[in-house]
Design a protein around this ligand. Structure first.
Ligand code: SAM
Length: 187
């Protein structure tokens, strides 16, 4: 089983410093998230991006907050009970949503944790509408004090190959700070 982020360390995901450096609301706006959209935050953890996403999509939109770890979903529910957030416990390669049900999929620091990355990406693609966007945020493959160990990180080239193999069309690749990269793709 691939390593999963421990629910005992969620304070790292929700730290003040992370909010200041990542600025999740602005980040999602820059990614093209808009009012009224239906979003899948896949690998949502305790909701660092979920809550800002729910602010952007508003009452006419919806955020599916999806995670394989029940404990993460429990924590998210403790943090918010907003009506436009639907918490979902998923299986490793199975998201319990109908095909073509979302306009936007966010995969923030989850792809490197998945068991079979291609299968996982194909499952994300299944729940996306045609023309929907997917944004993948990951740690660069380098040795650093912060973040996952080197062997768990996913090289940009490898991620690009997997996303293309899953049938997405890559629209943009950017560096995010010194440690992260962003890949935007379309179904
Ligand atoms: N996206 C959140 C953020 O940036 O704060 C959480 C990131 S955390 C490093 C990765 C999360 O992905 C964990 O909560 C883990 O349980 C979840 N995860 C790992 N594999 C998954 C899978 N196959 N499907 C859904 N969630 C998964």
């Amino acid at each position: 089983m691939a390593h999963k982020f421990s629910p005992h360390s969620v304070e790292k995901l929700l730290s003040e410093e992370r909010y200041t450096t990542v600025r999740p609301h602005q980040f999602l706006r820059d990614c093209g998230l808009e009012s009224g959209m239906t979003v899948a935050d896949v690998g949502c953890g305790p909701g660092f991006f979920t809550i800002p996403a729910s602010n952007i999509v508003g009452r006419s939109g919806l955020v599916y907050a999806i995670d394989v770890q029940e404990e993460m979903i429990r924590m998210l529910k403790r943090r918010t009970r907003r009506k436009n957030i639907v918490p979902i416990v998923s299986d490793e390669h199975r998201i319990p949503l109908s095909a073509r049900s979302v306009d936007f999929a966010l995969l923030a620091y989850v792809l490197h944790e998945t068991e079979n990355k291609l299968r996982f990406l194909k499952e994300v693609k299944r729940i996306m509408r045609k023309g929907a966007s997917m944004v993948v945020l990951e740690w660069k493959k380098k040795r650093e004090k912060e973040g996952p160990p080197f062997h768990e990180r996913l090289a940009l080239k490898e991620a690009q190959g997997l996303i293309t193999d899953a049938g997405f069309c890559i629209e943009g690749v950017t560096s995010f700070g010194t440690s992260h990269y962003i890949i935007s793709a379309v179904k």
